[in-house]
Design a protein around this ligand. Structure first.
Ligand code: ADP
Length: 161
């Protein structure tokens, strides 16, 4: 039987405990979760794609069935190259719903055979986003409850310059 893979796409700028919650829930259900860092040029990012992949790799080192990759173009084209049939996304609050519905609809239009699965995050992370983390870290406030230690160290380094 072929492996059930799920593609977990996002900016991950940087990875937070919210992302990790979704990834580990996904890893409990699917044979393999491929975390895909989207190289979205219209978004200003703090970390390069390579830095983001490196942080994800360190943060998820204890989850054996996780792989990390990057994607430049349309996500659905990337998904097709892997042969995976599932996109995994997280939902925090109602505010995520409209945006997620838009992307899911367009992805479905582009490829009917790929299904998007949503996982609801643990309540304690429903306010958490990479943007909030960057805002807090920028003013040198502690982010140890929000991101793994490697990410905290990388943020410190970025904002010390
Ligand atoms: P994007 O720019 O594609 O929204 P993000 O890195 O912000 O990328 O998010 C990637 C995925 O992780 C999305 O499905 C998003 O809803 C989910 N996510 C982000 N933060 C959290 C969180 N705190 N709890 C649950 N899911 C989250």
């Amino acid at each position: 039987m072929s492996k059930k893979q799920a593609i977990c796409p996002g900016s991950f700028d940087p990875i937070t405990f919210g992302h990790m919650d979704i990834i580990s829930r996904g890893a409990n259900v699917f044979d393999e979760v491929i975390i895909v860092v989207a190289n979205n040029e219209s978004k200003d990012s703090l970390f390069t794609v390579k830095e983001r992949m490196d942080l994800i790799s360190k943060a998820t080192k204890d989850i054996p069935n996780v792989k990390i990759d990057a994607c430049n173009g349309l996500l659905i084209d990337y998904v097709r190259t892997t042969g995976a049939k599932v996109i995994l996304r997280g939902l925090r609050a109602v505010s995520d719903f409209e945006y997620e519905m838009q992307i899911t609809s367009i992805n479905r239009k582009l490829d009917e055979s790929v299904e998007t699965f949503f996982v609801m995050t643990n309540n304690q992370y429903s306010f958490l986003s990479s943007s909030i983390v960057k805002e807090v870290a920028k003013y040198h406030s502690p982010v140890s409850d929000l991101v793994p230690p490697v990410v905290e160290a990388a943020l410190k380094e970025k904002f010390s310059k």
